[in-house]
Design a protein around this ligand. Structure first.
Ligand SMILES: Nc1ncnc2c1ncn2[C@@H]1O[C@H](COP(=O)(O)OP(=O)(O)O)[C@@H](O)[C@H]1O
Ligand SMILES: [Mg+2]
Length: 256
């Protein structure tokens, strides 16, 4: 018995074949217009379903990552701060360091693009089907400090489980809660044991970290784990935010 179009729609819904459902009419028309064989049309329809599932999965992984933008290296202006080690950034963007379980630390003054580059690397990892977690470092450390034990375990789990943890803007705040050094050490120690990569950005040079962590021994333990297998990328130059602000001013003046 041949199904009517309505019945096919309902069946596709039941079978959760939304990719087929979205393109079926077009594929039918195409098949008639171009005289395609059954196999040609059938494979195109299967491909539509695969495509739809893949893009949904990517979307879910992106939502789960907590990234707030799909940054890329393509839109980065390498001419603006030529001292930024471009090759190292592209090397990290290949994600080989994640396969090796290495870490990467991007250090340098505000506005030089550390978060941008780190997010581009993280988004590449999302696209490569890795579990990525983005966290504003001070924010999550603050929340962990005030969380009850059960809540703390719940917050910690994804921080340990992620294939790539992006800890953005560590030590942006001058003062972290006293237990943050312990928490950071615990996160990094567990990730180190599991050989999972952490990507950290900070405006603070490593020599100063002990000041923000308030504990010399813990700082040594943290840096020990972090630097053992890691790429240190030094960002140098002027803030791009100043350029953006200058552009906005210039535009505002023009339109006056
Ligand atoms: N060289 C660059 N080319 C293009 N955009 C840049 C560049 N450097 C920084 N930006 C942009 O400037 C803003 C600030 O950069 P950000 O990555 O947040 O700096 P940081 O994390 O080092 O403080 C962002 O919107 C970023 O996309
Ligand atoms: Mg930043």
């Amino acid at each position: 018995m041949t199904m009517s179009m309505m019945e096919i729609e309902t069946t596709l819904k039941q079978l959760r074949l939304s990719g087929v459902r979205a393109t079926l009419e077009t594929r039918l028309l195409e098949s008639q217009a171009s005289n395609l064989s059954f196999m040609e049309t059938f494979s195109a329809i299967l491909q539509d379903e695969l495509d739809r599932r893949q893009s949904r999965l990517l979307e879910r992984r992106y939502q789960f990552s907590g990234l707030d933008e799909r940054a890329s290296l393509a839109e980065f202006d390498w001419g603006y701060n030529p001292k930024i080690p471009k090759r190292t950034c592209f090397e990290l963007h290949t994600l080989k360091f994640i396969a090796e379980g290495d870490n990467a630390i991007l250090i340098g003054p505000p506005g030089t693009g550390k978060s941008h580059v780190a997010k581009a690397i993280a988004y590449a990892a999302v696209r490569a089907s890795l579990r990525v977690l983005y966290a504003e470092a001070d924010d999550i450390l603050g929340r962990l400090a005030f969380a009850a034990p059960a809540e703390k375990r719940k917050l910690m789990k994804p921080l340990i489980d992620a294939d790539l943890l992006l800890f953005d803007d560590l030590f942006l705040a001058r003062q972290l809660p006293p237990e943050s050094a312990d928490t950071l050490q615990s996160i990094l120690h567990q990730r180190y044991k599991l050989r999972r990569s952490s990507l950290i950005t900070s405006n603070r040079i490593i020599d100063d970290w002990h000041k923000f962590l308030g504990d010399a021994a813990l700082t040594t333990a943290i840096l020990d784990r972090l630097l053992h297998r890691s790429v240190l990328v030094e960002f140098r130059g002027k803030s791009y935010r100043l350029k953006e602000a200058a552009n906005r001013l210039a535009k505002a003046n023009q339109s006056e």
